[in-house]
Every structure is written in C-alpha cells, then in structure tokens.
Design a binder for this molecule. Structure first.
Ligand SMILES: *[C@@H]1O[C@H](CO)[C@@H](O)[C@H](O)[C@H]1NC(C)=O
Ligand SMILES: *[C@@H]1O[C@H](CO)[C@@H](O)[C@H](O)[C@H]1NC(C)=O
Ligand SMILES: *[C@@H]1O[C@H](CO)[C@@H](O)[C@H](O)[C@H]1NC(C)=O
Ligand SMILES: *[C@@H]1O[C@H](CO)[C@@H](O)[C@H](O)[C@H]1NC(C)=O
Length: 278
C-alpha cells in the first residue's frame, strides 16, 4: 500500500518535472537487457531505445569499453567488452530539447577456477575426529556463493558468505566430524554454487575431486585381550628360556671348572706326600 502510494507520488513528480513547461507527453528511454551480469573480461550487447519519434541525440555513457554496433534513429546497439568491474551504464536520448536517461547496473562475476577439498587427517580411527575443509579460488560476488560439503550425495554442511567490497576473494568452509563406518565407504566432495539469478544470470555449479577417508577400525576389546595375553605369554616364555639358558650355562661351566679343580688337587696330592716322605 505504502509503496503504491510512493509510486503514485513519484509518477506525479516526474510528470510535473518533465511536462509542466511544454505540456507534451513524456517520451521514454529503454535499455535492454534490464539486468546484466557478465563474466570477468566478458562482453555483451546492450540496446538503447526511445519512444521519441525523432530524437535529437542519443547514446550510452559508460566507463567500460564500448563499440557502436548499429545506429538507428530510435535505437542504438553497443558492444560492451572486457567487463572487469561492476559499473553503471547510462542510456540517454534528447527529444525536443529535453533529455531522458535510464541506467543499467552491470555486475561482473567470477566463478572459482579451483575447488580444493582436504580431509585432515586422511587416516582416522573409528570414532575419532577429522576435519573436512574446502577452499575455492577468487570468487565474485561472494554473497552469491554457496559451498556445500557432501558425503556421497548427502549434504553434511552448507555455507553462504557475506559479500565485501574486496571481492573477488577466496572462500573457505570447514566442518568437524567424527569418523563413522560410512565415512570410509563413501566419497567426500565439495560443491561450489554461484546463484546469479537476482542479477539476471543463471546458477553456476562445479564440484571438487572426490576424496576418500581411510577409517581404521580397532579390533574389538575381547580380541584385544587375547592378543595381549598371547603376546605376554610369548614374552614370558622368551624371557624364561633366556634366563634358563643363562643359569644352566653358568652351572655347567662351574661344574667343568670344579672338575678341573679336583683333578688338579689330585695331581698335586702325591707331590705333597712326596715332600712329606722326604
Ligand atoms: C533494439 O531495440 C529496439 C526497440 O526495442 C528494437 O526494435 C531493435 O530491433 C533492437 N535492436 C537489436 C539489435 O536488438
Ligand atoms: C581488460 O581489462 C583489464 C583490466 O582493466 C586489462 O588489464 C586488460 O588489458 C583488458 N583487456 C583487453 C583485451 O582490453
Ligand atoms: C544499481 O546499483 C545501485 C548501487 O549499487 C543500487 O542502489 C540500485 O538499486 C541498483 N539498481 C538496480 C535497477 O538494480
Ligand atoms: C568414489 O570416487 C571414485 C573416483 O572419483 C569412483 O571411481 C568411485 O566409484 C566412487 N565411489 C563411490 C562409492 O561413489
């Protein structure tokens, strides 16, 4: 209601401004397309036209590179090239000494050339945390971007961004999760989507390479107990056998040494008797 009222007021003001002096019907200026979004460095055709039957002058004001393609009394078409920034085009015509103009916002867009997905770590134990990170190279407009982290076809996390005057710029999304069995069976991927519909464009999409998470499953607890027991017993047997070898070895050496000792004593014995006899 209020917007309608404002529109009415606006129209009345316009009528007052343009036609109060001459009393002529106002002529119109049109620009086509009504919305324009162009890829970085791209080019488009723009058409300026008027309802004035016999305009004095007309043209297009722009800071972008322009080439006049066709020049007709009631319309002119231009080739706008190398669109490298956002800008406003002004289309104007003069009719019976009066000028009218119409503006067109031109948005430049840049779809990310790279979409890089990383899983950190790549090997993870079941139930332990891991991080999914997706980075995209320079993108514009940032507020039209949505990054979606996928496991198979399922959406794990989706993020939109707040635009800034500094775009094109890189964007990043991270998501923390804990490893489940499914994580090891499905591919992870990251989808970048640039929705340019509000600016007169389409939805652009691309997807990263697939990444795989290696989920390591620890053996169940009772199995673990068996393994630990077996290892302990083997270790015990090994230690015991080493100990026994050592003890028997020592014993055998002593016995051998002991035998020699007794023999030596036996050999010495007659000598002693001999000395005693002499
Ligand atoms: C430009 O617009 C006028 C008016 O709508 C139309 O008659 C004309 O064919 C258009 N020219 C081009 C090249 O599209
Ligand atoms: C397009 O514009 C960019 C930035 O303004 C400039 O560096 C480049 O030389 C231009 N390219 C052409 C073909 O005019
Ligand atoms: C054009 O851009 C200006 C400033 O960015 C904004 O205020 C205006 O509403 C836009 N016009 C259209 C028709 O989108
Ligand atoms: C995972 O991705 C690879 C290569 O991108 C593909 O060959 C494989 O079929 C995919 N596996 C599943 C379960 O989608």
């Amino acid at each position: 209601m209020s917007s309608l009222g404002r529109w009415g007021l606006h129209a009345a003001l316009l009528a007052l401004l343009c036609c109060s002096e001459s009393g002529e019907a106002a002529f119109e200026v049109h620009i086509w397309p009504e919305r324009l979004v162009v890829e970085n460095g791209g080019s488009r055709t723009v058409n300026c036209s008027t309802s004035c039957a016999n305009p004095d002058t007309g043209g297009l004001e722009t800071t972008l590179e322009k080439t006049l393609l066709e020049d007709q009394p009631r319309w002119k078409s231009f080739w706008i090239s190398n669109v490298s920034w956002d800008s406003v085009l002004f289309c104007y015509f003069t009719c019976a000494g009066e000028q009218q103009s119409k503006s067109l916002n031109v948005s430049m867009y840049q779809f990310p050339q790279q979409i890089i997905l990383q899983l950190q770590p790549v090997w993870v134990t079941l139930g332990k945390p891991f991080t999914i990170e997706c980075r995209v190279s320079a993108v514009k407009p940032l507020e039209s971007l949505t990054l979606t982290l996928l496991r198979g076809k399922e959406t794990l996390h989706s993020q939109t961004f707040n635009g800034g005057a500094t775009d094109p710029q890189e964007a990043r999304v991270t998501f923390n999760s804990t490893a489940s069995k499914e994580d090891g069976l499905l591919n992870f991927s990251c989808q970048a989507e640039l929705d340019l519909r509000s600016r007169g464009g389409d939805i652009l999409r691309n997807i990263s390479e697939n990444k795989v998470l290696q989920v390591y499953e620890p053996p169940p607890e009772n199995q673990m107990v068996i393994i630990v027991t077996v290892v302990s017993v083997l270790l015990f047997l090994f230690v015991m056998s080493v100990l026994l070898c050592f003890v028997f070895g020592q014993h055998w050496r002593q016995r051998r040494m002991g035998t020699y000792g007794v023999r030596a004593a036996w050999r010495r014995l007659p000598q002693v008797f001999r000395v005693q006899h002499m």
